[in-house]
Design a protein around this ligand. Structure first.
Ligand code: NAD
Length: 328
């Protein structure tokens, strides 16, 4: 199978290395920057390098991994789809709804795989939490709280954060859009979102034109009410998920790689540890995509699902602007 990676920043190069580990010999890379492609040659050992997407697509890749800056996802994915590629598009699917529905529809009509790379779907801790909920370990979930934060200048220490797409609204940056993993996880656990209230704010001194501290309150069709805190300001990386049910509580913590589970049935807290290797997440994700391209299984998040998460993000921004609760 020939796989083209489009956009060779930090995540694109990680995908290229993982493709090699997964036995893909037909790797190609495309980036607007020739200097970036030299880095790809040196770091990832890829020789098929293109600054021109048409030339890259003319080589006939079977699949494309689309990971340029977020605002370029849809136009780049459109060209790869029109060239006949299966698609894995990095999350979030885009920064606006423009062109997304048509892309999803046309990929389905062309019988191409369309996966959105919400990598937390492959996290062993989140998978355990999801399993506990499915098994009814804490009865009926009533309420939940998701949190993720990290100081933006620490994300890409090799570059000035003001030059990073994350600092610019027009490029698809900002906390609520970029850290939409948490919204995807809440949707995975509790179903579709019915109502959104939010304060999407810029509170720090960071020189960015996006939100850096956002608070969302989500009511789901299932009746669950969840809050979601997403920020670019916490000096120590933190990511947690807490779920409160009729028969117990689940507290997951990314950093300590552990889940605390309280159930009425046992009357005590149980500590469940899980191993975690960050790159494994991305390798498992790529393996899942390659399998789907071979017709073995389907992706956990497809284009339509990625669009539903984007609609929650956009609803949060609207709710915040208009100071009212809105529907996604
Ligand atoms: N799933 C995850 O956990 C995860 C992790 C990191 C990044 N991402 C997503 O991946 C995307 C890229 O993030 P990053 O951190 O690698 O960014 P980055 O800034 O490090 O790299 C982006 C690269 O895209 C290139 N580029 C920009 N426009 C292009 C175009 N039209 N065609 C080809 N190349 C283009 C740039 O030259 C740059 O090399 C973002 O959408 C981000 O949200 C997802």
């Amino acid at each position: 199978m020939k796989v083209l990676v489009i956009g060779c920043g930090s995540i694109g190069r990680r995908h290229l290395k993982n493709l090699a580990e997964l036995g893909i010999s037909g790797r190609a890379a495309c980036d607007l920057s020739a200097a970036r492609l030299e880095q790809v040659r040196a770091e990832c050992g890829v020789e098929a390098l293109h600054t021109d997407l048409d030339a890259a697509l003319a080589e006939g890749p079977d699949a494309a991994i689309v990971c340029p800056v977020t605002s370029a996802h849809v136009p780049v994915a459109r060209r790869a789809l029109d060239a006949g590629c299966h698609l894995m598009v990095e999350k979030p699917i885009s920064h606006t709804e423009a062109g997304v529905e048509a892309l999803v529809r046309d990929a389905a009509a062309a019988r191409r795989v369309f996966m959105v790379a919400y990598s937390m779907r492959f996290h062993p801790g989140v998978n355990r939490v999801s399993g506990m909920l499915k098994d009814g370990r804490i009865g009926r979930p009533l309420s939940a709280r998701a949190c993720c934060g990290q100081y933006l200048p620490d994300w890409h220490p090799w570059e000035d954060y003001r030059d990073f797409y994350m600092s610019r609204e027009a490029d698809g940056g900002g906390a609520v859009l970029d850290i939409s993993h948490e919204i995807d996880t809440l949707r995975r656990c509790f179903g579709e979102v019915r109502q959104v209230a939010a304060m999407v704010s810029h509170l720090s001194d960071l020189e960015i034109d996006t939100d850096d501290c956002s608070e969302l309150i989500l009511r789901f069709d299932s009746g669950v009410v969840a809050s979601c805190h997403l920020d670019l300001v916490q000096r120590a990386y933190r990511r947690t998920l807490e779920v409160f049910g009729t028969e117990g509580t689940i507290l997951w913590d990314y950093v300590s790689q552990s889940i605390q589970l309280y159930t009425v049935a046992t009357g005590q807290w149980e500590l469940v540890r899980h191993d975690f290797d960050r790159n494994r997440l991305y390798r498992d994700e790529a393996a899942c995509f390659l399998a789907a391209c071979r017709g073995e299984g389907s992706p956990p998040v497809d284009g339509a699902d990625g669009l539903r998460t984007l609609r929650v993000v956009l609803a949060a921004k609207r709710a915040s602007r208009e100071g009212r609760t809105v529907e996604p």
